[in-house]
Design a protein around this ligand. Structure first.
Ligand code: NAD
Length: 275
């Protein structure tokens, strides 16, 4: 279903770990829509090797290692991407998240603060760092588009999402604040997409993921948004059809965020009587 929506556009896609990754699916859509891009991930993630298969599928895209906590890595990535792609960038996808406390199963009321610093650095501060370095290298074309992925736990409490809730709140705030500065100086737009629970490595790492997933699916009039549909939405934000959208947190969740209760959920409680 290609419309060559991104023909002539150049970009960088962060975070394609395996074929379940939202970034992986986004790379496939961007390629089908005519874009050229580099792929990047943390050096340790690249050792798994799966990304080379994606790179090949995407017309021999160059894979460049970069840990998002390293300014040096990011600077090299940006410079090399412009070089191999032949000019400034039109889009960047930040699809990166990791919580050490979640990984170690530390409860929210007993967190390790060294881990928390690392979580915030990888999952949120990296977004500011990336945009600051893009701006310093003057790497984005006017009307370029930068997107990061987030989750509704930034606004509402989902207890098992743990410290990632704070990481996402910070990420969304960076999109607003940096979006202002990048819009003013270079007409670059910055948005976050708040995606439904999706079965990926990062997603499934959150405690009680199946319950999260099924609850959201039951509550959303359209059901959960898939990784594939998220990739389509991201491509639309990279396209020229969304040029005036910036500094937004955009819910891509089948209607979950604005549903009070669904008929199916009502049904589950109907048998409880009047109490
Ligand atoms: N899966 C979900 O349910 C869901 C829902 C909403 C938002 N999100 C967000 O979507 C984004 C992508 O996650 P995903 O679900 O596709 O899972 P994923 O595990 O496939 O992707 C996460 C990526 O982050 C990368 N990463 C971790 N540390 C890094 C570092 N130091 N430097 C560079 N890269 C690093 C990983 O290697 C991996 O590729 C994340 O921001 C996640 O929080 C996911």
């Amino acid at each position: 279903m290609s419309h060559q929506l991104l023909k002539g556009k150049r970009g960088i896609i962060f975070g394609a770990l395996d074929e379940k990754s939202i970034a992986w699916k986004t790379a496939q859509v961007c390629h089908a829509e005519g874009a050229v891009f580099t792929l990047t991930n943390a050096p340790i993630a690249l050792r798994m090797g799966a990304i080379n298969q994606l790179a090949e599928e995407c017309g021999g895209a160059k894979v460049i290692p970069a840990d998002v906590t390293s300014e040096e890595d990011l600077n090299k990535l940006i410079a090399e991407s412009m070089e191999v792609l032949g000019g400034k960038l039109d889009f960047v996808l930040h699809s990166v998240g990791m919580s050490l406390n979640v990984r170690k199963k530390n409860p929210y009321t007993d967190l390790n603060y060294d881990f928390m610093h690392k979580t915030l650095d990888i999952s949120a501060i990296s977004f500011h760092r990336l945009m600051q370095l893009l701006m310093k290298q003057d790497a984005m074309n006017e009307w370029g588009s930068i997107v990061a992925l987030t989750y509704i736990a930034a606004q509402r409490v989902f207890p098992d999402y743990n410290e990632m809730a704070e990481a996402k709140a910070l990420l969304e705030s960076f999109a607003r604040s940096f979006g202002y500065h990048y819009g003013k100086s270079k007409k670059v737009r910055v948005n976050t997409i708040s995606q439904s629970p999706t079965r990926t490595t990062a997603g499934s790492g959150v405690g009680g993921f199946d319950a999260f997933y099924n609850y959201a699916d039951t509550m959303s009039p359209l059901g959960n948004a898939s990784g594939e549909s998220c990739a389509d939405y991201i491509a639309s934000l990279f396209s020229d059809y969304t040029r005036m959208v910036t500094m937004q947190n955009l819910f891509h969740d089948g209607g979950f965020s604005f549903t009070g209760i669904s008929g199916d959920t009502m049904q589950m409680f109907a048998d409880k009587g009047e109490g």
